[in-house]
Every structure is written in structure tokens, then in C-alpha cells.
Ligand binder design. Structure first.
Ligand SMILES: Cc1cc2nc3c(=O)[nH]c(=O)nc-3n(C[C@H](O)[C@H](O)[C@H](O)COP(=O)(O)OP(=O)(O)OC[C@H]3O[C@@H](n4cnc5c(N)ncnc54)[C@H](O)[C@@H]3O)c2cc1C
Length: 424
């Protein structure tokens, strides 16, 4: 045998051996491949639907604790008294009508080697690939004094629903002249511009309904999303009413005393009539249980497929994932869901996922007719999702009020479109 032929045979044997180590594509095994998606929010429900669109042969099960999903985007408008919570609520009827099995229960455990998810009743759902999209959990106790009982006095309202209504009712019950305090957390957390949109819409409520009141934002950071636009708008719309205290000026809240609604910083104590504490967060608990969260509490992923870097066969999307430069937003969750669904469908068919580009836009309302936005395009780079240089930007400073009104209308249109796409 000549040397060339010997080399060919050697590499053919090596290729056969390594192919034997690769998982056999699910389609090649005959039965319809099974994908389980845990969490029916902006990431999970989008992903379940996109999987069925990508390949209707995939058997998709969506596991979701709640019968009704309550959306966070625009929940600040509810807190500001300008919208009802019912406008934020969606059910899973249309998702199920699209051929997705919706299991209304919680996932309590994941057996990664056996490829199965355990449900609250102890039953097991087998999968070929698992997508975890559980959103966030609060890190109870990470801010001393802030536990689940404290949230009943000082709502976080960072998962929409009862907490949203509690904060609104507290504002409504507060006499004119009261002090409202918002505590904003350090990065990373769900919706980077969210605390500042909330401050704006609470300030709008106070200005129109309780003008002798005051709002202080105590911040654990010195910089935040769309900062210049927010600060300019605040001095135009809410002068003397809204004060932002950054980290370097003593803004970091170091503990709270729920019974008296007191927020403590290194520089002093603020006793509030209404206190909105937005606490430190982490990936939803099932991520930790499944072994896909790292010591940061969030989930490292491959930026092409969203497959966990810690557990093969499990993908993580939405707020729970460490998505590099992409913010934790509903827009981003939806974009990640579609990318992940396309990758999972390809992998199940034995193909290679294509390299994605993902877009995010975050609108914020500074007043009902005053919108601003930030946008970016992201791609895999150096094992992470990085912003495509020069791709992004924010609304122009000094734009006329008509542009701000247009952006407010665009924000509304975005919410209608995304919720129709995900749940409608
Ligand atoms: C005040 C506020 C304003 C915001 N405004 C905007 C905005 O204007 N634009 C924007 O793009 N984003 C906005 N966001 C951010 C947005 O809400 C989140 O980024 C988005 O909801 C993330 O989607 P997700 O699917 O990862 O998580 P979620 O939407 O929270 O969905 C997670 C789902 O998983 C379910 N779940 C969790 N664990 C389990 C389990 N073990 N078993 C079964 N089900 C489970 C939960 O019940 C939930 O339905 C805002 C957030 C806040 C708090």
C-alpha cells in the first residue's frame, strides 16, 4: 500500500470513529424529534412557535406555570395610572392552536444525561433538545432586609402582575406631598432603561395628580441606558420633582427596613411614603437546578446556537442567558428565540446552524407622548454576542417634540406587534 493510500485510510477510520461519538440526528432515528421549551414568555413562547414554523415535524411542548402571561413592557404605564393591567395580559390559546402541546405546570428538575424534564407532579418529559426560557428570579436577601415579605411593603414590580398593581395602589393612596423613592440595581438586570422609564412615568403621575410630592432615584450605578436623553427630558418635564442620585453621590442602597419603608445608603436614610425597590436578580431558578447557570447566577451560552456552555443539549434564551452586549429585553428575547429555534431545527436535522445577526430596539416613555429609543445589531464575536461596530444608536438629542411623540406611537406599535406575534 502506498503512503498516500495509507494516510487516506487512516483519516477515514478516524472520521468514522469521531462520527460514532456524535449524536445521531433525531430525524435519522425515525420518530419525530422532541423539543421541550420551559417558560412561555417573550423568549419561550416565541421559540416554541418558531420551531413549529422551522419544521412542523418537530414535536414541541411548552411548559409554563401560569395560564395567563402578564407582560412587563408597558407595565410602567400601568403604574403611572394610564393603562389597565388587563392590557398586559395574554393567554396561550393561539400558541396551542399552532400545534404546540402547552403543559400548564412548572418544570422542577432537569436530568441532562437522561434528557428529561421533571414536572411539578413528578412526571417526566423526555426531550431531544431542551430550551430554557425562565426569565428572572429575584435574589432575595442579596440586599439586606429585602426578602419576599419586604416586597409586600416595598414592591419591586419587576415581574408584572400583583406587584405592578400594589405599587400603583400605593401611589394612589399616598397623600400629595409624599416622598417616593426608587432603588435601581447594579448591572446586569432585566430591562436596563426600565427603572428610568418608571421614574419618568411616576413623575408624570405626581406632576399631574400630586404636584407637591417628590421622587428620588437612588442608583447603584453612575451611568445608565439612554442617560443623556432621560436627564434632558427630566429637566424639561419634571424640574424640581425628580432627583437622580448616582453611586458616586451616595445612591447605592445598602439595606432596607420594610416596616418603615426606609432605604439606607452610606450617606443617610430615606424614609419613603412609597418605596419601589428593584433588587439584584438572577436567571429563573430552573436554570440553576438544570446546572446551566454559572456563579454569576446567569447562563453562559454559545452565541450561534444559544446552547449552554455548561450542559450539552440544553439551550438558554431571553433574560436568563448571558447574551454579551445584548440587553435583557423582550425585543432581544424574541430575536434570540428565533435564532435558537432555527439552530435547534438545523441541529435536529443533522445540519450546521448558520451564524446569526440579531437586532434589539428598546423604547422608553418619558411621558405618555414622549418616547426615546436605543437600537443595536449584534453578532457572534470571540465566543460572545458583540455589537456590530457602528450599527447602533439612540434617538437624537434635541429632537423636536413631534419626533418624541412619534417615538411614543412607535413604542405602542412595537408592543402590539410583538405580543400579536408571540401570543396572538
Ligand atoms: C418594568 C419593565 C419594563 C420593561 N419594558 C420593556 C420594553 O419596553 N421593551 C422590551 O423589549 N423589554 C422590556 N422589559 C424587559 C422584558 O420584560 C424582559 O426582557 C422579557 O420579559 C424577557 O423575556 P423572557 O421570556 O426571558 O422572560 P419572561 O417574559 O419573564 O418569561 C418567563 C416565563 O417563564 C415562566 N417560567 C419560569 N420558570 C418556569 C418553570 N420552572 N416552569 C414553567 N414556567 C416557568 C414564567 O412563568 C414566565 O412566564 C421590561 C421589563 C420591566 C420589568
Amino acid at each position: 500500500m502506498n503512503a498516500g493510500r495509507r494516510e487516506f485510510l487512516k483519516s477515514a477510520v478516524a472520521a468514522t470513529a469521531s462520527a460514532a461519538l456524535l449524536p445521531v440526528p433525531a430525524f435519522a432515528q425515525g420518530a419525530a424529534p422532541r423539543v421541550v421549551v420551559v417558560g412561555g414568555g417573550f423568549a419561550g413562547a416565541s421559540c416554541a412557535r418558531a420551531l413549529r414554523t422551522a419544521d412542523p415535524r418537530i414535536a414541541v411542548t411548552l411548559v409554563e406555570t401560569n395560564a395567563t402571561f402578564t407582560a412587563c413592557p408597558f407595565s410602567n404605564v400601568v403604574i403611572g395610572g394610564l393603562r389597565e393591567l388587563s392590557a398586559q395580559q395574554f393567554t396561550y390559546g393561539r400558541v396551542a392552536a399552532g400545534g404546540i402541546a402547552v403543559a400548564r405546570t412548572s418544570a422542577t428538575a432537569v436530568d441532562a444525561p437522561a434528557r428529561s424534564v421533571t414536572l411539578a407532579d413528578g412526571s417526566r418529559l423526555p426531550y431531544d433538545r431542551l430550551v430554557l426560557a425562565p426569565g428572572i428570579d429575584i435574589r432575595w436577601g442579596a440586599l439586606p432586609g429585602y426578602d419576599e415579605a419586604a416586597a409586600g411593603h416595598m414592591p419591586h414590580a419587576w415581574r408584572a402582575g400583583e406587584q405592578t398593581l400594589l405599587l400603583r395602589r400605593q401611589l394612589e393612596a399616598m397623600p400629595d406631598g409624599g416622598l417616593v423613592v426608587i432603588a435601581a440595581p447594579a448591572n446586569p438586570f432585566r430591562c436596563p432603561p426600565g427603572p428610568y422609564e418608571r421614574a419618568s412615568l411616576i413623575a408624570h403621575y405626581l406632576k399631574t395628580k400630586k404636584p407637591r410630592s417628590k421622587l428620588i432615584v437612588l442608583d447603584a450605578k453612575d451611568a445608565f441606558s439612554k442617560q443623556r436623553l432621560f436627564l434632558n427630558a427630566w429637566s424639561e418635564l419634571y424640574p424640581g420633582l425628580l432627583e437622580w442620585v448616582p453611586l458616586s453621590k451616595g445612591g447605592q442602597v445598602t439595606s432596607v427596613e420594610a416596616a418603615t419603608r426606609t432605604l439606607v445608603t452610606d450617606f443617610g436614610r430615606h424614609q419613603a411614603a412609597v418605596a419601589n425597590v428593584i433588587p439584584p436578580q438572577k436567571a429563573g431558578r430552573i436554570a440553576e437546578v438544570a446546572g446551566v447557570a454559572d456563579r454569576s447566577g446567569w447562563c453562559p451560552i454559545d452565541p450561534v446556537t444559544f446552547e449552554s456552555k455548561l450542559q450539552a443539549g440544553i439551550h438558554v434564551i431571553g433574560d436568563a442567558a448571558i447574551a454579551g452586549a445584548m440587553p435583557k429585553s423582550a425585543f432581544a428575547a424574541n430575536a434570540q428565540a428565533k435564532t435558537c429555534a432555527a439552530a435547534v431545527a438545523r441541529l435536529l436535522a443533522g445540519g450546521t446552524p448558520s451564524v446569526p445577526k440579531l437586532i434589539n430596539t428598546c423604547y422608553s416613555l418619558v411621558a405618555p407622548d414622549y418616547g426615546i429609543s436605543v437600537a443595536g445589531v449584534y453578532h457572534p464575536s470571540g465566543g460572545q454576542l458583540a455589537e456590530v461596530p457602528g450599527s447602533g444608536g439612540v434617538s437624537p438629542a434635541g429632537a423636536p417634540r413631534a419626533s418624541r411623540a412619534l417615538e411614543a406611537a412607535l413604542a405602542e406599535g412595537w408592543f402590539r406587534t410583538i405580543t400579536a406575534e408571540v401570543f396572538g
